[in-house]
Write a new protein. Sequence first.
Length: 118
Amino acid sequence: QVQLVESGGGLVQAGGSLRLSCAASGLTFSVYAMGWFRQAPGKEREFVGAISGNSGNLDHADSVKGRFTISRDNAKNTVDLQMNSLKPEDTAVYYCNADDPRGGNDYWGQGTQVTVSS
Protein backbone atom coordinates (compact mmCIF):
# COMPACT_ATOMS: atom_id res chain seq x y z
CA GLN A 1 0.00 0.00 0.00
CA VAL A 2 1.47 3.29 -1.10
CA GLN A 3 1.51 6.10 1.44
CA LEU A 4 2.66 9.68 1.10
CA VAL A 5 2.70 11.63 4.35
CA GLU A 6 3.38 15.35 4.33
CA SER A 7 4.63 17.33 7.30
CA GLY A 8 6.06 20.75 8.10
CA GLY A 9 3.12 23.01 7.36
CA GLY A 10 2.04 25.77 9.69
CA LEU A 11 1.51 29.48 10.19
CA VAL A 12 4.29 31.88 9.26
CA GLN A 13 4.59 35.61 8.70
CA ALA A 14 5.21 37.03 5.27
CA GLY A 15 8.90 36.89 4.44
CA GLY A 16 9.43 33.82 6.56
CA SER A 17 10.40 30.26 5.63
CA LEU A 18 9.02 26.77 5.98
CA ARG A 19 10.30 23.39 4.93
CA LEU A 20 7.78 20.77 3.91
CA SER A 21 8.66 17.10 3.84
CA CYS A 22 6.91 14.12 2.30
CA ALA A 23 7.73 10.59 3.43
CA ALA A 24 6.89 7.84 0.95
CA SER A 25 6.39 4.13 1.55
CA GLY A 26 5.10 1.16 -0.39
CA LEU A 27 6.70 2.08 -3.71
CA THR A 28 10.09 1.95 -5.42
CA PHE A 29 10.77 5.56 -4.57
CA SER A 30 13.73 6.19 -6.86
CA VAL A 31 11.65 5.28 -9.91
CA TYR A 32 9.00 7.92 -9.30
CA ALA A 33 9.11 11.56 -10.21
CA MET A 34 7.99 13.48 -7.14
CA GLY A 35 6.11 16.72 -7.11
CA TRP A 36 4.47 19.32 -4.93
CA PHE A 37 1.14 20.91 -5.73
CA ARG A 38 -1.02 23.36 -3.82
CA GLN A 39 -4.65 24.32 -3.62
CA ALA A 40 -5.90 27.58 -2.20
CA PRO A 41 -9.54 28.03 -1.11
CA GLY A 42 -11.81 28.41 -4.11
CA LYS A 43 -9.03 27.68 -6.57
CA GLU A 44 -7.89 24.69 -8.57
CA ARG A 45 -4.91 22.63 -7.54
CA GLU A 46 -1.76 23.99 -9.15
CA PHE A 47 1.74 22.76 -9.82
CA VAL A 48 4.52 24.00 -7.55
CA GLY A 49 7.58 21.90 -8.35
CA ALA A 50 8.77 18.50 -9.49
CA ILE A 51 11.95 16.44 -9.42
CA SER A 52 12.89 13.36 -11.40
CA GLY A 53 13.83 10.05 -9.83
CA ASN A 54 17.56 10.64 -10.03
CA SER A 55 17.25 14.39 -9.23
CA GLY A 56 18.60 15.15 -12.69
CA ASN A 57 15.60 17.22 -13.71
CA LEU A 58 13.93 19.87 -11.58
CA ASP A 59 11.12 22.22 -12.43
CA HIS A 60 9.39 24.95 -10.46
CA ALA A 61 6.35 27.06 -11.22
CA ASP A 62 7.14 30.60 -12.28
CA SER A 63 5.28 31.92 -9.23
CA VAL A 64 7.77 30.26 -6.86
CA LYS A 65 11.04 30.31 -8.83
CA GLY A 66 13.86 31.79 -6.80
CA ARG A 67 11.92 31.29 -3.56
CA PHE A 68 11.07 27.56 -3.39
CA THR A 69 13.39 24.61 -3.96
CA ILE A 70 12.41 20.97 -4.30
CA SER A 71 14.85 18.22 -3.33
CA ARG A 72 14.77 14.50 -2.59
CA ASP A 73 16.68 11.88 -0.67
CA ASN A 74 16.26 8.46 -2.24
CA ALA A 75 17.99 6.77 0.69
CA LYS A 76 15.31 8.12 3.04
CA ASN A 77 12.38 8.02 0.60
CA THR A 78 11.64 11.67 1.20
CA VAL A 79 11.02 14.74 -0.92
CA ASP A 80 11.24 18.21 0.56
CA LEU A 81 10.09 21.66 -0.43
CA GLN A 82 12.11 24.54 1.01
CA MET A 83 9.99 27.68 0.92
CA ASN A 84 11.62 31.05 1.49
CA SER A 85 10.35 34.62 1.23
CA LEU A 86 6.81 33.41 1.73
CA LYS A 87 3.92 35.60 0.63
CA PRO A 88 0.27 35.62 1.71
CA GLU A 89 -0.63 34.30 -1.74
CA ASP A 90 1.35 31.15 -0.97
CA THR A 91 -1.34 30.22 1.54
CA ALA A 92 -2.77 26.85 0.50
CA VAL A 93 -2.91 23.17 1.26
CA TYR A 94 0.26 21.63 -0.13
CA TYR A 95 0.14 18.12 -1.56
CA CYS A 96 2.88 15.64 -2.34
CA ASN A 97 2.57 13.63 -5.56
CA ALA A 98 4.34 10.52 -6.83
CA ASP A 99 4.20 10.08 -10.60
CA ASP A 100 5.21 6.83 -12.31
CA PRO A 101 7.10 7.69 -15.52
CA ARG A 102 6.29 4.23 -16.83
CA GLY A 103 2.63 5.22 -17.08
CA GLY A 104 1.42 3.49 -13.93
CA ASN A 105 -0.64 4.93 -11.10
CA ASP A 106 0.20 8.21 -9.49
CA TYR A 107 -0.36 8.85 -5.80
CA TRP A 108 -1.23 11.79 -3.53
CA GLY A 109 -0.67 12.62 0.08
CA GLN A 110 -3.35 13.99 2.37
CA GLY A 111 -1.96 17.54 2.29
CA THR A 112 -0.50 19.95 4.81
CA GLN A 113 -1.78 23.47 5.44
CA VAL A 114 0.51 26.46 4.93
CA THR A 115 -0.78 29.82 6.06
CA VAL A 116 1.18 33.02 5.48
CA SER A 117 0.03 36.07 7.37
CA SER A 118 0.63 39.61 6.14
